[in-house]
Structures are given as structure tokens and as C-alpha cells.
Design a protein around this ligand. Structure first.
Ligand code: NAP
Ligand code: ZN
Length: 347
């Protein structure tokens, strides 16, 4: 076993402790990655609060990181020591089902192995995430970090970014399509940038009027205040697709009313209990859907697109020792728009 240093859950919510953890010795197709930067996702908070079914005590969160290859197993092709890499929410899958064959490992029929709180397919150990100085994974689930992208600001592409990108691509978003993004946080701000770069007309749906100027700067052309019923009424039947990133239980009805004929509400702020009024779908033959991060096909596609369009997250980079502060501010909505931990202080 190899050891590395990590920020580990104590079972007391956002109180993480610096701890030595074990990483496996490299298998033939593994790489070892020195984690340089790891984004702080609201899902990390949900997990630490025990909302995702993962054991909060002992949890090492972190599932969007960039780093540098430090070792490669003998069967690894495509990566060499010193290469910059990016890793997201999935580190293994069965590789045999139709979903894996389609590059949608996020929907692996046998269950994808997630980056933290998952179960390793070979030794059954619990996976520990990227709030750590080293990660070991199958090279298939690492991606070359495009040289044009800043490594800290690129890290959030690997969860926040891909969670927005898959539905944008799956629904063929481009010029002439009207997209709204509900919740301007880590996911939402990347959703705005990506949808605008695809040529769509983008509107932000936000409860926070102070974010309106940012929404426009990020690429939106309009902002709707979700706490203002008159503003909502003015925008009824308007959108083809709404990417809903709201990180709390909420009523879908006001959002569904904003969709046009056969419009789609993609609820991405999982895992939250939901209740749907079917009448909100009836009038306009509307669609309610969801998805979870992305597989290798769309993740590779995203990195190519982000590199070509110079798209990364707006980040506040903190030394990893300040992880508790990042989590607490994230829980209060005090982030513009993604915290990224610099893991160099774990050396
Ligand atoms: P975030 O940075 O905290 O952003 C969430 C945004 O939701 C906030 O900025 C806020 O935007 C809005 N919001 C409205 N009401 C809220 C409330 N009562 N509490 C909190 N936020 C509220 O979070 P994130 O990292 O983007 O993640 C968003 C959600 O997606 C989380 O639930 C996360 O677990 C989930 N997620 C899902 C996937 C997936 O694969 N489906 C992947 C990653 C994350 P305004 O101020 O603009 O209203
Ligand atoms: Zn995430």
C-alpha cells in the first residue's frame, strides 16, 4: 500500500481532519496522480451531511480534480509521468454493458465506481476522493488536461461542467434554442458559459438579484428573479430547456410553467426528494428528466470544446487547509462561483 495525506470526514458535518490514508499499489492499467487542484462541489456537502447514503465518517470528498501523473502501470498507454490530467466523478465501470459500450459509463448497468464513497471493483475497498495529495485510478478514467486550460479553473469542468454539458449535448442545444439555467452556482455558471458558447439564447433563473450582472457577464442575455411571481409570469412558456441546478428541495411547478411546447426541465440538483404535479406536464406535453455527471464520450468532448472556447470555471482558490471555510461558505451560498482547493499544502 502507498500512503498519502487527505482531508477526511469525522461524521461531524463539515469538520474534516487531516489524515494519512492508503492508496493501492498500481495495477497494470493504473496511473498515480499527484492531485494539484480539487473543486468543492455541493454534492460533497450533501455527502458530508449524510444525504447521499454515503458514510460521512471516514469520507474523503472530492470528485473534480486536476493533477500530474507520477507513475504509470505497464499496460498504460496514452499517459506518461509528468502529464497533466483531469479526473471526474467516475473511476471505473463494468466495461461490458451497452452503456459502457456507448461511453455512458455514468449509467453503467452494473453501477459505475464513483470517485469517493464507491466500492473498488477489484478489492472491494471504499474509494477515497480528491481532497488528498494522491489518487490512483484506471487510466481509462483519466483525461489529458488541455494545455490551454488553467489547471485550477479547469478542475470544476470534471463534475460541474460535465453535468451541464451532457444534457446540453443530448438535447442538441445550439443557435435558435432558448435555454434557462436555474441556480447560479458552481454548476449553473458553467451551464451559462457552455450554453452561450454553443450559440443558444441563455437566461438565468435566480433567487439572488445581486448575481444579475455576473449572469450577463457569463453569457446570459436575461435574468429572471425566481422569487418574483410577476417576473415568472412574464416568462411563461418561453424556454426549450431548463437546467435546474438548485441545491435544495423545491417546487418544480414554477419552472415547468416557464417551458414552451415539449420543453424539457432537467433537474440536476440531485439527490433530493421530489414531488411532481402531472398537470404541469400536461399543458404543453412537457418533459421532466435528469441525469448524472457524464461518461467518457461527453467528458472528452467537453474538454475539447472548453479548450477551443477557453472555458473554465470562475474560481476562488484556497489552500486545502481552509476546506472547512470553503464548505461553510458554500452552504451559505457565499461563492462566486466555485471553490477550488490547492493541495500543495499537504506535502
Ligand atoms: P452551488 O454552487 O451551491 O449552487 C446552487 C445554487 O442553487 C445556488 O447558488 C443558488 O443559486 C441556488 N439555490 C436556490 N435555492 C437554494 C437553496 N435553498 N439552497 C441552496 N441553493 C439554492 O451548488 P452546485 O455545486 O452547483 O450543485 C448544485 C446541485 O447539483 C447540488 O444539489 C449538487 O449536489 C447537485 N449536483 C448534481 C450532479 C449530477 O450529476 N446530477 C452533479 C453535481 C452536483 P441562486 O442564488 O442563483 O438562486
Ligand atoms: Zn460534483
Amino acid at each position: 500500500m502507498r500512503t498519502t495525506t487527505a482531508w477526511q470526514g469525522t461524521g461531524r458535518s463539515t469538520a474534516l481532519e487531516r489524515a494519512e490514508i492508503e492508496r493501492r499499489e498500481l495495477r497494470a492499467d493504473d496511473i498515480a496522480v499527484r492531485v494539484d487542484f480539487c473543486g468543492v462541489c455541493h454534492s460533497d456537502l450533501h455527502a458530508l451531511h449524510g444525504l447521499t447514503g454515503k458514510q460521512a465518517a471516514g469520507l474523503v470528498p472530492g470528485h473534480e480534480f486536476t493533477g500530474t501523473v507520477t507513475a504509470a502501470g505497464p499496460d498504460v498507454t496514452g499517459f506518461a509521468v509528468g502529464d497533466g490530467v483531469a479526473v471526474g466523478t467516475i473511476v471505473d465501470s463494468c466495461g461490458e454493458c451497452a452503456m459502457c459500450a456507448a461511453g455512458q459509463e455514468n449509467f453503467c448497468r452494473a453501477g459505475a465506481t464513483v470517485t469517493y464513497g464507491g466500492k473498488d471493483r477489484v478489492d472491494g475497498s471504499v474509494t477515497l476522493g480528491g481532497y488528498s495529495r494522491e489518487y490512483v485510478l484506471r487510466s481509462k478514467f483519466a483525461y489529458r488536461l488541455p494545455a490551454a486550460l488553467d489547471p485550477a479553473a479547469a478542475a470544476p469542468l470534471m463534475c460541474a461542467g460535465i453535468t451541464m454539458w451532457e444534457p446540453l449535448r443530448a438535447y442538441g442545444i445550439g443557435p435558435g434554442r432558448r435555454v434557462a439555467v436555474a441556480g447560479l452556482g458552481g454548476l449553473g455558471h458553467l451551464g451559462v458559459k457552455l450554453a452561450a458558447a454553443l450559440g443558444a439564447e441563455v437566461t438565468v433563473l435566480s433567487r439572488t438579484p445581486q448575481k444579475a450582472a455576473d449572469a450577463i457577464r457569463l453569457g446570459a442575455t436575461d435574468v429572471v428573479n425566481t422569487t418574483d411571481t410577476a417576473d415568472l409570469a412574464r416568462n411563461a412558456n418561453r424556454f426549450d430547456l431548463i437546467l435546474d441546478t438548485i441545491a435544495a428541495v423545491h417546487d418544480f411547478s414554477p419552472l415547468l410553467r416557464l417551458l414552451g411546447l415539449e420543453g424539457t426541465l432537467s433537474v440536476l440538483g440531485a439527490p433530493l426528494p421530489t414531488q411532481v404535479n402531472l398537470m404541469d406536464l400536461v399543458f404543453g406535453r412537457k418533459n421532466l428528466t435528469s441525469s448524472g455527471t457524464g461518461g467518457t464520450k461527453w467528458t472528452a468532448d467537453l474538454l475539447t470544446f472548453a479548450s477551443a472556447h477557453d472555458i473554465t470555471a470562475d474560481v476562488e482558490v484556497l489552500p486545502s487547509a481552509r476546506v472547512g471555510e470553503a464548505l461553510d461558505r458554500l452552504s451559505r451560498g457565499d461563492v462566486r462561483y466555485r471553490f477550488v482547493l490547492d493541495l500543495a499544502d499537504l506535502d
